[in-house]
Design a protein around this ligand. Structure first.
Ligand SMILES: O=P(O)(O)OC[C@H]1O[C@H](O[C@H]2O[C@H](CO)[C@@H](O)[C@H](O)[C@H]2O)[C@H](O)[C@@H](O)[C@@H]1O
Ligand code: UDP
Length: 736
């Protein structure tokens, strides 16, 4: 029976030794609760780091940990102190975390940390591979394990791999600054499905992939080698019922449910029944906008002084990643800020900010949520933010107001909150005032709409939706591709070449004999090409045909003086062995007058593009243009051109960074057929890189040896990786 394995940096349980005793507590975090049903079903396991360093454990303690985890259906990846320092505090939290949250100035790229990140991802891979069988599903979570999908796929291609990123995915402009950007994407692309909280994160990821990797992208599908990778957004939800029911219980026994913290607050608030509470809960993290929130609150009190003495900000900051200097700095800054503001504004009966640096048990959190009139969730940047959803879930009386930063992923779903830019203190201050003064009826309308949405799309639904998409993505049959041309195949083809009596070599030009240049007129043949073709052509039983989309004039300029067969304009013109030019059909060119102005207008408005005018076609090249802009403009141009290509006499050909309008009944397949119909060849070899060469591969008899330049979907039998290998290949098969 196949199973689902969850992999994340942290396990859903917290472990610690207290006086030799191992304390195991289930973690209350969103991921742990969200994956509960997936984890408990069947024989699935959860693999991750226990939170303990292996040097600090005796052999006996180590055994205790393994056993205790086994009870929870968890398996640990043991990490050393050095791993924790370099992989966790280091690359994960000093490079990736700030980079992905747009804190570029905090980002440090250290080689030793990167090396440890690679090593630890491999450690995770080793443990996962030990526990999976063919047919299993592995769901990898978060930025600490970006390399894992690829490491798993390399070793076991028969498992389905999903990856979900819980933090934002930054724009390409930020991502490109990472020295290991290529490796990170390669790692993620090992998955069958890559998921994000929001559409924008998915869009940024696709943009980075399109600029860094050689892939084909079709909406949310990435064709990478022979695989198709799906990219989609799955906004994570919470265990709505758990929070809502806990709040209902709290309503039933309000006095008994009061936390020490709230009792204290109530005591200090005795004098003022009207006083309101604003709640703030986050990990102490610079992405959460804690200093900005405090400053906005101060700004509010100064802008609307009538609220002094009547409102308090209760701020819970949970200690996090305390070994990272930026977190230590933030703690100092927060302490000072709270100290200064309380010092400036407090009165005997009123302290504006109640600040707690600790974590609270679940029941106390509920008490805080239930008791607050307003919640301020105003991060500078946040992947999702579950606190916002939890606050709404606990509003059993359908009152309360949520002030929410537009920079949190959750803002994409919670439009009924008061949305603010956390850097705009004036706007935030006004929102605090609006929240405090909002009529009950409006509070109710907003909360009801929010509750309806988050109760339906809860965390279980999130996990189910992801796994459903993953199952579908895992079933996509790999695109049949050519086999890689290896030494043995070369030797075999060379043998056949030697043994044959009449040979034909069909050679595409651009992207095959020569590499691409920004300007097509710069891609001229090198001396090495001339020498090689001359050498092959010395044998009268070998015919070389250069079969190209180039126009007659250009190809004649380069090869007219040789006794080669030339096919130009994708097959419109043919010149056999240095003889006369003949056309395949009587072709019209009058259509160019109508099409040229359309392409010209796109060229004018898209920098980096140019028109190549050929005898029987018009080509629009966009190799030098910005890839995203070009993708958009190509789509528009295709749309416009298609509406103009009437009567099927013209067709649109999509090549490598080029769109070409040409007569429908010419293609390289027809031209190749025409050549082979004239002679009895007992050896045919064809090589090309482009979409246009596929006509040729398809048309040739099965006995022909066909080779594609580039590992993409093709009708050819073999592929080689780059056009740099083409001359070498030709040399090796023709040297007798
Ligand atoms: O494991 P830590 O280093 O202690 O950090 C705690 C977790 O923080 C991050 O949470 C993110 O995931 C939440 C759920 O998807 C999302 O709401 C929030 O916006 C994110 O910041 C981190 O992604 C986890 O890996 C950490 O375990
Ligand atoms: O003392 C606390 C304070 C908060 N939380 C929980 O921590 C999570 C924070 O998740 P969020 O997505 O808001 O941010 P993250 O910390 O994951 O970046 C929420 O589920 C909170 O209920 C907690 O377990 N103990």
């Amino acid at each position: 029976m196949s199973k689902t394995v969850i992999v994340s940096n942290r396990l859903p349980v917290d472990l610690k030794f207290e006086n030799e005793e191992l304390i195991v507590k289930s973690s209350t975090g969103g991921l742990a609760t969200g994956m509960k049903s997936v984890h408990s079903e069947g024989n699935g396991i959860w693999i991750g780091w226990s939170g303990l360093a292996k040097e600090n454990l005796s052999e006996q303690q180590e055994e205790q940990v393994v056993e205790a985890l086994a009870v929870e259906k968890c398996v640990q990846v043991p990490l050393s102190e050095k791993d924790i320092e370099l992989y966790y505090y280091g690359f994960s939290n000093m490079a990736l975390w700030p980079l992905f949250h747009y804190f570029q100035a905090y980002t440090e790229f250290e080689l030793a940390q990167w090396e440890s990140y690679v090593e630890v991802n491999q450690k995770f891979a080793d443990v996962v591979l030990e526990h999976v069988n063919d047919g299993d599903t592995v769901w990898v979570h978060d930025y600490q394990l970006l390399l894992l999908p690829e490491l798993l796929r390399k070793k076991n291609p028969n498992i389905t791999i999903g990856f979900f990123l819980h933090i934002p995915y930054p724009s390409y402009e930020l991502f490109r600054t990472c020295p290991w950007r290529n490796e990170l994407l390669q790692g993620m692309l090992g998955a069958d499905l890559v998921g994000f909280h929001t559409y924008d994160y998915a869009r940024h990821f696709i943009s980075s992939v399109s600029r860094i990797k050689d892939v084909e992208i079709n909406f949310n599908e990435i064709s990478f080698g022979n695989r198709i990778i799906k990219v989609d957004s799955f906004p994570m939800g919470i265990d709505y019922d758990k929070y809502h029911n806990a709040a209902l219980d709290h309503d039933k026994y309000p006095e008994e449910s009061k936390s020490e913290l709230m009792k204290n607050l109530d005591f200090h608030n005795k004098s003022n029944e009207e006083s309101k509470l604003i709640l703030s809960i986050d990990r102490m993290d610079y992405t959460k906008g804690i200093p900005n929130r405090i400053k906005s609150f101060e700004y509010f009190l100064n802008k609307y002084p009538e609220y002094k003495g009547k409102v308090r900000l209760v701020m819970l900051a949970v200690p996090s990643r305390e070994n990272v200097p930026q977190y230590q700095k933030l703690k100092r800054e927060t302490d000072e800020l709270v100290g200064r503001i309380n010092g400036d504004l407090s009165t005997i009966s009123w302290t504006p900010i109640w600040y707690f640096y600790r974590s609270l048990p679940f029941d106390d959190l509920i008490d805080l949520y239930v008791s607050s009139d307003v919640a301020m969730v105003t991060p500078i940047r946040d992947g999702m933010n579950l606190v916002a959803k939890e606050y709404v879930a606990t509003r059993t009386k359908e009152n309360g107001v949520l002030i929410l930063s537009e920079m949190a992923g959750v803002a994409k779903e919670m439009h009924e909150a008061l949305i603010v830019n956390p850097n705009n203190f004036d706007q935030t201050a006004d929102s605090i005032k609006n929240a405090l003064e909002m009529p009950q009826e409006e509070q109710k309308t907003r909360i009801q709409a929010l509750q309806k949405r988050i109760s339906r799309y809860n965390v279980e639904r999130w996990a189910k939706e992801f796994l459903k998409s993953l199952e579908a993505a895992g079933k996509i049959v790999p695109v049949p591709v050519a086999k890689e041309m290896d030494e043995a195949t070369r030797a075999e083809i060379a043998e056949k070449y030697k043994a044959s009596a009449k040979r034909l070599l069909l050679l595409d030009y651009d992207g095959t004999l020569v590499g691409f240049k920004n300007n097509p007129s710069d891609a001229i043949p090198t001396q090495e090409i001339y020498d090689l073709l001359d050498k092959i052509a010395e044998d009268p039983n070998t015919e070389i045909a250069i079969i190209s989309g180039r126009d007659r004039k250009t190809l004649e300029g380069w090869f007219g003086h040789k006794e080669l067969t030339l096919v130009t304009d994708h097959g419109a013109w043919l010149r056999k062995n240095g003889g006369e030019w003949t056309t395949l059909d009587q072709l019209k060119t009058s259509w160019k007058e109508n099409i040229r102005p359309v392409i010209e207008s796109f060229t004018d408005s898209t920098p980096g593009t140019l028109i190549e005018e050929k005898e029987y076609s018009l080509a629009w090249h966009y190799r030098k243009a910005d890839p995203e802009m070009a993708a958009l403009r190509t789509m528009e141009l295709k749309h416009v051109l298609k509406s103009l290509l009437f009567n099927n006499t013209l067709s649109l050909l999509e090549g490598n960074k080029v769109l070409e309008v040409k007569n429908s009944n010419i293609n390289k397949g027809r031209a190749a057929s025409r050549i082979i119909s004239n002679d009895k060849y007992d050896f045919i070899f064809a090589i090309g890189d482009d979409w246009t060469d596929e006509f040729m591969f398809e048309e040739l008899p099965d006995s022909a040896h066909t080779v594609k330049v580039g590992n993409v979907k093709t009708a050819a039998q073999y592929y080689i990786n780059s056009n740099n290998d083409v001359l070498d290949l030709l040399k090796s098969i023709t040297s007798k």
